[in-house]
Design a protein around this ligand. Structure first.
Ligand code: SAH
Ligand code: SF4
Length: 412
């Protein structure tokens, strides 16, 4: 029968607000254009000047990657320090950058209030995909996912989400001019795409459940998609959810990006065990929401992610049931089979390559695309489900011990 599932299955989506900056300045990154103008007006500029300066600053931030007001040469010399006293254009801090032997790169990032999170860049022959985090940790405890063993620290802000894309452009040297100083742009790696860019796609598949941080993810992706912002097409952005059914329609309507759904199992028993949110929103409800997802069509199919776990969800029968469900709900779907990526203490093993091949064949034979994903960046723990920051890698008992030692030191 079911194994007991640790942790909450009914998480509180928004744990707490961001700590304000110690220096009192306001971070402009991630704010809508209109809000930037409004802030300039509040700070003392007249309405017309505020609007114009807002537009100029926006252009420097998102078109040129500039984070220093001094570099904004079309803004009056005297206005630049005035701006710098009141505002900043902050990037998340890069704590560590790692490089896999397969070209995958992982960055450990830190927020201004000292929370660590991760982002991953995966270069391929015809594209470069940035895997972006939406939360520090995750409230949902999927049993096969390392991130799920972290407690949720907080939602990332729109600035911290857009900031990941900005940092990737910094690191890849992909701003029109300048701003690459000090970062290791490596030109010998990956191939340039037709439009000359390495970073072509974004997937919201890093740490966290993006639909439990809906507003911030939406506001960030609006900037990423804005023609005057980072100008990435919504067709090149995919949001992955473990199945937060009530937010799926709004995701389609208000963000309009491609949808990926972490299905992972086709029976209630198994999905309850491995994706505990299933106890709240079951498979039928989830697939119905997929059938109604705004914008889904044969040209824009929904991706079902399916992690291959030995003897749990990988039988021929499971594959046939998957096909049946997709057909029953008439879903324009493709399936991504993800070999399970191990992590220390994980309660599962990966299915054998033969089993995965057989599973894939059954789905393919039914006319549904079901490629097997090659794991990327496993050597630097950058593959799906391996993200967990070092600070959080300490076990609860270790943290308790450290706290007790600190307390003892204080008392002595
Ligand atoms: N929280 C969202 C997005 C992040 S996870 C979601 O769950 O959809 C990105 C994908 O990696 C999900 O499909 C997730 O189920 C999968 N994944 C998690 N742990 C994994 C592991 N250990 N091996 C392979 N895939 C994993
Ligand atoms: Fe959270 Fe997604 Fe990991 Fe589940 S798979 S614990 S929803 S990050």
């Amino acid at each position: 029968m079911n194994m007991p599932v640790p942790g909450h299955i009914d998480p509180v989506p928004v744990p707490r607000e961001v700590t304000p900056r110690a220096d009192g300045r306001i971070d402009l990154l991630g704010l809508p254009k209109k809000q930037i103008a409004a802030l300039f007006e509040q700070a003392g500029l007249d309405a017309k000047a505020a609007k114009l300066r807002g537009k100029q600053v926006w252009h420097w931030i998102y078109h040129r990657g500039v984070s220093d007001f001094e570099a904004m040469t079309d803004i009056a010399k005297t206005t630049r320090p005035w701006l710098a006293q009141r505002f900043v254009i902050a990037r998340p801090e890069v704590v560590e950058a790692q490089h896999s032997t397969d070209g995958t790169r992982k960055w450990l990032l830190r927020t201004a209030d000292n929370h660590d999170f991760e982002m991953v860049f995966i270069p391929d022959a015809d594209r470069g995909t940035l895997c972006v985090s939406s939360q520090v940790g995750c409230t949902l405890n999927c049993r096969f996912c390392h991130t799920g063993t972290m407690r949720l620290v907080r939602n990332l802000t729109p600035g911290e989400i857009v900031g990941q894309v900005m940092l990737a452009r910094d690191a890849l040297g992909e701003w029109p001019k300048g701003s690459m100083s000090g970062l290791d742009a490596e030109e010998d790696e990956g191939s340039y795409t037709s439009d000359g860019r390495l970073l072509t796609n974004i997937v919201m598949m890093g740490m966290g459940e993006p639909l439990y941080n809906f507003d911030n993810v939406r506001d960030a992706l609006k900037i990423v998609m804005d023609g005057d912002g980072l100008a990435l097409s919504k067709r090149r952005i995919t949001l992955s959810t473990s199945g937060v059914v009530p937010m799926m329609e709004r995701c389609g309507q208000e963000i309009g990006v491609n949808l990926a759904v972490s299905l992972h199992a086709v029976t209630k028993d198994i999905r309850d065990e491995i994706v505990p949110i299933n106890r709240k929103y079951g498979i039928e409800e989830l697939l119905q929401a997929c059938a109604e997802y705004p914008g889904a069509s044969n040209a824009r199919r929904i991706t079902f992610e399916y992690v291959m776990l030995k003897d749990r969800n990988d039988s021929d029968e499971d594959a046939r049931e998957l096909v049946r469900l997709i057909k029953q709900y008439k879903l324009p779907a493709k399936v991504n089979l993800i070999p399970f990526n191990p992590w220390p203490g994980a309660p599962y093993e990966c299915s054998s390559p033969e089993r995965i091949r057989r599973f894939s064949d059954i789905v393919f034979e039914a006319g549904i695309s079901a490629p097997v994903r090659t794991p990327r960046g496993r050597d630097i723990d950058a593959a799906c489900g391996q993200l967990k920051t070092a600070a959080e890698k300490k076990s609860r008992s270790e943290l308790d011990r450290i706290a007790a030692e600190k307390q003892a030191a204080l008392e002595s």
